[in-house]
Design a protein around this ligand. Structure first.
Ligand code: APR
Ligand code: PHB
Length: 394
C-alpha cells in the first residue's frame, strides 16, 4: 500500500468539501479530497438553490463568484401566498439592502471543481471504501481505494464533509456525541420544468391542501415543489396531477399561476431536522450535512455548509500560520450557534407553511394568523427577512 501525505484530508466533494479545499488552497495549505461518486453525478445532482447575501460575498471574495455574478438571479423579495392573495416581503428594504441569489447548488459545485482543477491540488472521484482512523492522534489517516489502488493518506487534520449518509459521522463512538432530531410527517415532491418562470421572485404558498413553492433555475427552467406524504410512491403523481395540484395551491385573486411546461425531472424527499454535537472529535472536524440537516423550507442547508467551512478554514489557517489552536477549539461552538439559529428559522417556516396529517381547522386558522402577522407587522416582517437573507459576513 502506498502512503500519501497531506495537511488536510477531506471526505466528500459537495459544497462543504470543495469550498474548504479552495479556502485552504488560498491560504497555501494542501489538501486531498476524496469523493465516492463520479464527477458527472456530483455536477448533475439537482439540489438546493438559494444563496444568502453572505454566501454570495464569500464565493466572490474567494474568487469563485464570476459566473455566479453573471448568471445567478438576484432576488430582492419573496411572495407569501395564502387565503387567495399574494403578499410581497421586501427583503432589500427590510434589511438595509441585503438580497438573496438563486443559483443551483450544482452550479456552485461546478465552479468549485473548476477552481480545484486550476489549483492543481488533488481531487479523486469514485473513491471506494473510504475510512478514517486515528483521529485522536496527531496523525489521523484516511484509507480508500483511489484510482484503483488501496491508499493510506496521512493527514494533520481530517474534515468530514460527506453529507448526511457519509462515513465520517458513522465512524464516531456513540458515547462521544449527542444528536437532536425531528422528522416531519410529510415530504416535498420537487420538479424541474422546461418553462420560463412566470414570477421574478420565489412564491411560498400555504393552502388548505398543503404547501407549495415556486422557484427557478434560469430564464427557461422553473423549479417547483408541492407538499406530499414523506414516503409516497412517485408513480401516481402524473405530470398533469402535479400541475393541477400546483395550480390549486397557488390560486390567488391576481390571477398569477406558474407556467406549465415539460417536466424534466421529479423526485420526493423527506424532511428532517438533525444536529450532532459537538462537531469536532480530536483532529476530525465535521462540516455541512454530515453534522446537521435543516428542512428545506428556510433554504439554509447550502448556506450552513459554506459557513461551517469558512470557520474551519480560518481555524486551520491560524494553526499553520500562527501556531494557534484556540480557533480550532472554538469551531464547534461557533458553528453550532449558527446551526441552531437556522434550525429555529427552518422549523418556524415549516410549521407555518405545511399541513400535518393530524392538523385541525384550528391549526390552519392559526397558520393564516401567523402569515398575516408576518405581512402586517413591520417587526415580524423584519425578523423574517433578516433570517432569510442570513447574517452579514463578519
Ligand atoms: N466517501 C466519499 N465521499 C462521500 C461518501 C463516502 N463514503 N459519502 C458521501 N460522500 C460524498 C457525497 O457523494 C457528496 O458528494 O460527500 C458529498 C457530500 O456533499 P453534500 O451532500 O452536498 O453535503 P454538503 O457538502 O455538506 O452540502 C450541504 O447539500 O443536501 C444539500 O441541502 C443540503 O444544500 C445542502 C448541501
Ligand atoms: C430551490 O430553489 O430549490 C429552493 C428554494 C427555496 C427553498 C428550497 C429550495 O426554501
Amino acid at each position: 500500500m502506498k502512503q500519501m501525505r497531506t495537511q488536510v484530508g477531506i471526505v466528500g466533494a459537495g459544497p462543504a468539501g470543495l469550498m474548504l479545499g479552495h479556502l485552504l488552497h488560498l491560504e497555501g495549505i494542501d489538501s486531498i479530497i476524496v469523493e465516492n461518486r463520479s464527477k458527472e453525478h456530483v455536477i448533475e445532482r439537482v439540489r438546493a438553490g438559494v444563496l444568502e447575501h453572505g454566501s454570495v460575498q464569500q464565493l466572490v471574495d474567494a474568487g469563485v463568484g464570476d459566473r455566479l455574478l453573471r448568471e445567478g438571479m438576484r432576488h430582492r423579495s419573496v411572495w407569501l401566498c395564502f387565503d387567495n392573495r399574494r403578499h410581497r416581503v421586501d427583503f432589500e428594504a427590510l434589511t438595509g439592502g441585503r438580497t438573496i441569489t438563486v443559483y443551483g447548488q450544482n452550479e456552485v459545485v461546478k465552479d468549485l471543481i473548476g477552481a480545484r482543477a486550476a489549483s492543481g491540488r488533488p481531487l479523486y472521484f469514485e473513491a471506494d471504501r473510504v475510512t478514517i482512523a486515528d483521529v485522536d492522534t496527531e496523525r489521523p489517516r484516511m484509507h480508500g481505494r483511489i484510482d484503483g489502488r488501496d491508499e493510506a493518506i496521512a493527514c494533520d487534520f481530517v474534515a468530514g464533509c460527506d453529507g448526511f449518509h457519509g462515513i465520517s459521522r458513522a465512524s464516531l463512538r456513540p458515547a462521544d456525541y449527542v444528536t437532536f432530531e425531528r422528522t416531519y410527517p410529510f415530504g416535498w415532491l420537487g420538479i424541474l420544468a422546461q418553462a420560463a418562470p412566470s414570477s421574478d421572485e420565489l412564491v411560498y404558498a400555504l393552502h388548505s391542501r398543503g404547501f407549495a413553492l415556486f422557484s427557478m433555475r434560469s430564464s427557461t427552467v422553473t423549479r417547483l415543489y408541492v407538499q406530499s406524504a414523506a414516503d409516497e410512491p412517485l408513480e401516481p403523481w402524473t405530470d398533469e396531477r402535479i400541475w393541477d395540484e400546483l395550480e390549486a395551491r397557488f390560486a390567488c385573486e391576481d390571477g398569477w399561476s406558474p407556467t406549465r411546461g415539460p417536466i424534466l425531472q421529479k423526485g420526493i424527499t423527506g424532511m428532517r431536522s438533525f444536529v450532532l454535537e459537538p462537531m469536532r472529535f480530536g483532529r476530525l472536524f465535521l462540516a455541512g450535512d454530515a453534522a446537521h440537516i435543516v428542512p428545506p423550507t428556510g433554504a439554509k442547508g447550502l448556506n450552513l455548509a459554506l459557513s461551517d467551512v469558512r470557520v474551519l478554514a480560518r481555524a486551520i489557517a491560524a494553526y499553520y500560520h500562527a501556531a494557534r489552536t484556540d480557533l480550532l477549539d472554538r469551531y464547534s461552538e461557533q458553528c453550532l450557534a449558527r446551526v441552531w439559529a437556522a434550525q429555529r428559522f427552518a422549523c418556524w417556516m415549516t410549521a407555518m407553511l405545511h399541513r400535518a396529517p393530524d392538523d385541525t381547522a384550528f391549526d390552519h386558522r392559526r397558520q393564516i394568523a401567523e402569515l398575516n402577522h408576518v405581512i402586517r407587522s413591520p417587526a415580524a416582517a423584519t425578523s423574517f427577512a433578516e433570517s432569510y437573507v442570513g447574517p452579514a459576513l463578519d
